[in-house]
Ligand binder design. Structure first.
Ligand code: ADP
Ligand code: ADP
Length: 237
């Protein structure tokens, strides 16, 4: 479970990006984070994995107070948070399998054919994940030979490779066509449900958020202005 309490962020420039944001996300729940540009969505996501230092408040993931961790422990904690990005952040010259395994490494390897350095159990697991996202036939293709939807599937498999306790998803469909966007959203939601993963999806497209998220959190000027089921969402959020 993720628990965010009174999270506040004031940037050095004086911009108040988040004010007293509180919510908890239980196992398996997918939260669609919506709000106009500048509302604080990216800041919130970045405070959860501490790419941005919160000014006040706390972020807890299960037993761990992320806001209190120092560098070594923070690095370990970040390995428990799977990230999925708008532009996929794949390594173009590496294969699909290598990209997925790089999730386990936590850094981008520079040597060639590093797949064979992994124990068979890791490779088997990566294959299972690729199978789950519908890419097992493409394991040996280079990332730059894939379509946008396929790339995002690799991104999803890579995020799952580290057995995360939380998924943070930043605009996963912003570079995809509507049909592929729906497929990707459906896949993320199904995976979260079946594995009990909680997820926060920063999503610009309110219709997609309503269609697929279990719950919507609406931000405006750094404050939570809506928190509830998609059906309860009103025009002004
Ligand atoms: P969103 O993701 O909803 O578009 P952001 O979290 O990017 O919103 O931004 C929230 C507010 O914080 C905006 O006013 C933005 O200008 C400001 N902001 C974001 N990042 C920084 C930063 N690195 N330094 C100063 N202000 C920032
Ligand atoms: P996104 O579209 O993903 O929300 P932005 O274009 O808002 O990203 O921001 C790009 C980068 O610039 C981010 O690292 C963000 O933190 C930073 N940034 C955004 N607004 C400001 C600001 N007002 N001052 C300084 N940095 C900012």
């Amino acid at each position: 479970m993720l628990s965010v309490e009174n999270l506040t962020k004031v940037y050095r420039t004086g911009d108040k990006a988040l004010t007293d944001v509180s919510f908890t996300v239980p196992r398996g729940q997918v939260v669609g984070l919506i709000g106009p540009s500048g509302a604080g969505k990216s800041t919130l996501i970045r405070c959860v994995n501490r790419l941005v230092e919160p000014s006040a408040g706390s972020v807890r993931l299960n037993d761990l107070d992320i806001t209190r961790l120092r560098s070594g422990d923070l690095r370990r904690a970040r390995r428990r948070i799977g990230m999925i990005f708008q532009e996929y952040a794949l390594v173009e010259r590496l294969t699909v399998m290598e990209n997925v395994l790089s999730g386990r490494l936590g850094y981008v390897p520079f040597w060639r054919s590093f797949t064979r350095r992994f124990p068979p159990a890791d490779i088997a697991k990566a294959f299972r994940l690729l199978d789950r996202v519908g890419l097992s036939a493409h394991a040996d293709k280079r990332a730059d030979a894939l379509s946008g939807g396929q790339r995002q599937r690799v991104g999803i498999a890579r995020a799952l490779e580290q057995d995360p306790d939380l998924l943070l998803v930043d605009e996963p469909t912003a570079s995809l066509d509507p049909k592929t966007s729906r497929q990707i959203m459906r896949l993320i939601v199904e995976i979260c449900r079946e594995s009990g993963l909680p997820a926060i999806i920063n999503i610009h497209d309110v219709v997609l958020a309503q269609q697929f998220a279990d719950r919507i959190i609406g931000l405006q000027a750094g404050r939570v202005v809506f928190d509830g089921p998609p059906a309860g969402l009103t025009e002004e959020v």
